[in-house]
Design a protein around this ligand. Structure first.
Ligand code: B12
Ligand code: SF4
Length: 458
């Protein structure tokens, strides 16, 4: 970035900025792109009159090719939304982009810059880290860059940490959520009319491994509550707008826990089938549903629910994850969900601190017993900011060079006294085989082989 002026320039009409968001792919994936830019871009356009652009840095593109494309699009500001997993590749891409465009301001936001801002700003090429919510902060920053505001003014922008400046204070979470523009679908790469929607921000649970949870703690430290939900009217308006503009075949509610506030969910079950009516999927915790609610959701069109199980060991859930729920609760809820006619999928984790081979065995056994339509399984990675990250750091489980290692979910980066990589591999392979068997039964040997092949890549 060009050196910041130290005093205010003569007042000039700020020129609208062209803000390019680059999606940093880390695998060959059909997955939806980051939602953050899809929220921020329309906010910049509507409230600030800026131009926005989007480009997906697919995994097969080299850093030089990505830099060429960025240069071709000639942005005034570059925005990146980063999870920890995307961080390593983002560093390489930004190095190549800055080699081509040394004066281009680079702003990183999302989970990783929020909880590792020092590391992000220490990396050459990253000029600004956005902590927490980005809509208003990015608008203020882009406006300030447009006026070539002096350094002191940039340092005063809440949520935005400028390289070389002090840690910023946070503005309160945006309220009401209904006043945010709907996400820009052109930033999401959705296929076949399957759309991703959020109705809330924040999750009230204290899971020790979860990055999402950390947003609550970040804002709570400032006395603010991060949890908010949109009105039904706003959610239905968004879905109607999508249906008017494109095919609407299936809705995935990406909220962390869709089922936390029952009066809201019950009202949703009344209005959704009348106004929208296409099948939908959601994420829930077993503690937040009951038989009656599942029946209502099924009648409203809920086709699939993903539950986090994480471990088959009640001890690990209670003592390590702060999830004191019993295996019987999973058995009951999965039975009710299936009886209601809703497909169940589940997620598991392997390789947590204090986990033993016996705990892993219990996870594999529970996965076998619960017999879900499909399930995901991930080797635990300690995300910065989480309680388990601190545990791993304090106990010396993290290798010294952990910041240089890729954040993947196939092998553990930890040195755990209770588990070896071979123990984790064995459980991982058993889950792969179980999943392949399920897929072979459902859709043939071809899909089973695909599961084995992709599990080998991780
Ligand atoms: C939807 C979702 C996905 C989607 C989309 C991912 C995405 N990056 O948006 C999909 C399905 C693709 C996905 C995949 C994965 N996900 Co995911 N996912 C989520 C989920 C449930 C919601 C995220 C979301 O969109 N929230 C709504 C938006 C509006 O919030 P937001 O992203 O935080 O954005 C706001 C601010 O952060 C900021 N901001 C964001 N980007 C930017 C950019 C700029 C320039 C600025 C200024 C500001 C800014 O402003 C935004 C608006 O206020 C979160 C949980 C959570 N609540 O965060 C997990 C979460 C982000 N996922 C996580 C993980 C681990 C994964 C996977 C690795 C899972 C896996 N094992 O395969 C993959 C890898 C994804 C990747 N590319 O790295 C972790 C990340 C932890 C971490 N520290 O990295 C989370 C936190 C879940 C958890 N329980 O820990 N995920
Ligand atoms: S319930 Fe889900 S989103 Fe909420 S803290 Fe636990 S893992 Fe995170």
């Amino acid at each position: 970035m060009r050196p910041l002026p130290q005093s205010s320039p003569a007042p000039a009409r700020a020129k609208p900025q062209r803000v390019l968001f680059v999606e940093v792919d880390v695998e060959r994936s059909w997955a939806v792109a980051s939602l953050g830019p899809a929220f921020i871009a329309p906010f910049l356009r509507e409230r600030g009159g800026h131009e926005t652009d989007y480009f997906r840095a697919k995994i097969e593109l080299t850093p030089a090719e990505v830099a060429d494309e960025v240069a071709r699009r000639a942005p005034d500001v570059l925005g990146l939304s980063l999870t920890t997993r995307q961080w390593q590749r983002a560093r390489q891409l930004v190095a190549a982009i800055k080699a081509r465009l040394p004066e281009l301001p680079v702003v990183a936001g999302g989970l990783h810059p929020t909880f590792s801002p020092e590391a992000v700003l220490a990396e050459p090429g990253f000029d600004f880290a956005c902590l927490g919510e980005g809509e208003e902060a990015m608008l203020e920053l882009v406006d300030a860059l447009a006026r070539q505001a002096p350094a002191a003014e940039l340092h005063a922008i809440r949520n935005v940490w400028t390289e070389g400046g002090p840690r910023p204070t946070l503005r309160p979470p945006f309220e009401p959520l209904d006043e945010l523009p709907f996400m820009d679908r052109a930033f999401l790469d959705e296929l076949h009319g399957v759309v991703n929607v959020t109705t809330q921000r924040g999750c009230p649970f204290p899971c020790t491994y979860c990055g999402a949870r950390m947003f609550n703690e970040l804002y709570q430290a400032d006395g603010e509550s991060y949890g908010r939900r949109r009105t039904h009217q706003s959610v239905m308006d968004e879905l109607r707008a999508i249906r008017d503009a494109q095919t609407l075949a299936y809705v995935i509610f990406l909220d962390d826990t869709f089922t936390i506030h029952h009066p809201w969910v019950k009202r949703f079950c009344e209005v959704y089938p009348e106004e929208i009516g296409v099948p939908f999927a959601l994420h829930a915790r077993v503690e937040t549903v009951n038989e009656r609610l599942l029946e209502l959701l099924a009648k409203a069109g809920c086709a699939q629910i993903t539950y986090g199980i994480e471990s088959g060991s009640e001890r690990i859930r209670r003592e390590v994850m702060r999830r004191p729920v019993t295996n019987d609760r999973f058995r009951d809820v999965f039975r009710w969900t299936k009886q209601a006619g809703i497909a169940v999928t589940a997620n598991y984790m392997l390789g947590l601190p204090e986990e033993t081979p016996e705990d892993l065995r219990q996870t594999v056994e529970l996965a076998r017993e619960l017999d879900t339509l499909d399930f995901g399984y991930f080797v635990f990675y300690p995300y910065p900011g989480t309680a388990l990250f601190k545990t791993c750091l304090e106990r010396g489980y993290l290798p010294a060079d952990y910041e240089e290692l890729p954040a993947v979910h196939r092998t553990s980066i930890l040195n755990l006294p209770t588990l070896s990589q071979a123990d984790i591999d064995a459980a991982y392979d058993e889950l792969t085989e179980l999943r392949a068997e399920r897929m072979a039964a459902l859709s043939g040997a071809g899909s089973a082989q695909h599961i084995r092949d992709s599990a080998a890549i991780g």
